[in-house]
Design a protein around this ligand. Structure first.
Ligand code: UD1
Ligand code: UDP
Length: 375
């Protein structure tokens, strides 16, 4: 039996590892697959709700890290994860995405000579002010199996001189979860539930398919500066549609400190972070999504929903090149202009990128079983 530990820490990781867990279940005669949660995200609605909805078992290890500065998070994860590796001696660790947890455990494993498989490898924003870019570069440099989700990933790794034998174009695990849970997403009652709450200001006359904007913001560049955050809310106020805004904990803390909760515009419907199924139902039914998220750029492209990305760059260019995503930058005046055009009917046609077909995790697991042997 080979032993593999998948490591997750933050909200997007749970969505990416759920299909991998399911794919390993087909090979219980060959693989012991364990899950380690670093605890980087820890609120119930940022963590446990995803384990429950995506049917991932409780993690075998929880490092209980919680918040802190980058150095503190990474250092604590490294110290705690080393103990797990010393005890478990796995034959491979699998890490999805680009969060601090991804990079921290990759450093520990590679220093101990344990191979690393990176899921969603090769993405680059070419912007080192983003902590994720540093995480992506370090993780890719140290990984032994690099699983790529879109063509730009292949080009980036090739340009950086990564041995082509380590690189596999397997598609997008985020979309595996979306495809698998689509029937449940279609059955979600989130719109009627929101309409029944006091959260819906009378002025919005209720949420209906296509009549509202969904937005999420959590990038430090957009939400850590009080001035930017105030401009962001003003931009949302200027939109001629109800705006549903599930607020990330980082953004919530900043909004509280800036006093923005006391003077919210009438068309704005703020909620706590929403569970996966209901959130994707909100994406699917939105007239427009405005976001700075990574995963949501991909989900809107898959669902053919109009998306405006409030960032100066994207590590997921395929969503702009062939999908429904528009990269508008962080000038909120320009974001407003672009949003008004979409709401007036100016739609961007898109198609689903290659291998975003719901079968990526199966391909990854087959490669892992072929390449990794008991040490
Ligand atoms: C992290 C990732 C980012 C990813 C995002 C997904 C890094 C560097 N950043 O950003 O790439 O896009 O997750 O959502 O890894 N907090 C809570 N409760 C929680 C989670 C966070 O209160 O459940 C608080 C933390 O204590 C901290 C702040 O939110 O004060 C930020 O959390 P952190 O994990 O450091 O970064 P994110 O902004 O969530
Ligand atoms: N998501 C969710 N509820 C929310 C916001 C997001 O279920 O309230 C899901 C959604 O599928 C998204 C994923 O969480 O793609 C990742 O979220 P986030 O934007 O926090 O991370 P990023 O992709 O930017 O790293």
């Amino acid at each position: 039996m080979i032993k593999i530990i998948s490591v997750v820490g933050a909200r997007p990781n749970f969505i990416k590892i759920a299909p991998v867990y399911r794919a390993f279940r087909k090979y219980t005669d060959k693989v012991i697959h364990k899950i380690c949660h670093t605890g980087q995200h820890f609120d119930t609605n940022m963590s446990r709700v995803f384990f429950e909805e995506l049917e991932i078992p409780a993690p075998d290890f929880n490092l209980g890290i919680h918040g802190g500065s980058h150095a503190r998070q990474v250092a604590k994860i490294m110290i705690e994860f080393e103990k797990v590796l010393l005890q478990e001696k796995p034959d491979l660790i699998l890490v999805p995405g680009d969060v601090n947890s991804t990079m921290a455990v990759t450093l520990v494993a590679s220093k101990m000579g344990i191979p690393v498989g990176h899921i969603e490898s090769g993405l680059r924003s070419f912007d080192r002010t983003m902590p994720e870019e540093i995480n992506r570069m370090v993780t890719d440099l140290l990984s032994d199996l690099l699983f790529v989700s879109e063509p730009s990933g292949l080009e980036n790794l090739k340009r950086e001189g990564v041995d082509e034998k380590k690189i596999y174009f397997t598609g997008n695990v985020m979309i595996d979860s979306l495809v698998y849970y689509l029937p449940k997403i279609n059955d979600s009652k989130i719109l009627s539930r929101l309409n029944a709450t006091e959260e819906i200001p009378a002025a919005t006359a209720g949420l209906k398919r296509g009549n509202y904007v969904l937005c999420t913001f959590h990038r430090p560049g957009n939400v850590d500066d009080p001035g930017n955050l105030t401009d962001l809310i003003k931009m949302l106020e200027a939109l001629p549609a109800p705006v549903v805004f599930p607020v990330h904990p980082r953004t919530r803390k900043n909004m509280e400190q800036t006093g923005l909760y006391e003077k919210l515009p009438k068309n704005l419907i703020l909620t706590e972070p929403i569970g996966y199924i209901d959130f994707l139902a909100l994406v699917k039914n939105a007239g427009l999504v405005i976001t700075d998220s990574g995963g949501i750029q991909e989900e809107t492209t898959f669902l053919g929903v109009q998306c405006i990305t409030v960032r100066d760059n994207t590590e997921r260019p395929v969503t702009v090149e062939v999908g429904t995503n528009r990269l508008i930058g962080t000038d909120f005046g320009k974001v407003k202009e672009a949003a008004l055009k979409v709401l007036a009917g100016e739609k961007k046609e898109g198609r689903i990128p290659d291998l975003w077909d719901g079968r990526t995790a199966g391909r990854i697991v087959e490669i892992v079983l072929d390449k990794i042997h008991k040490s």
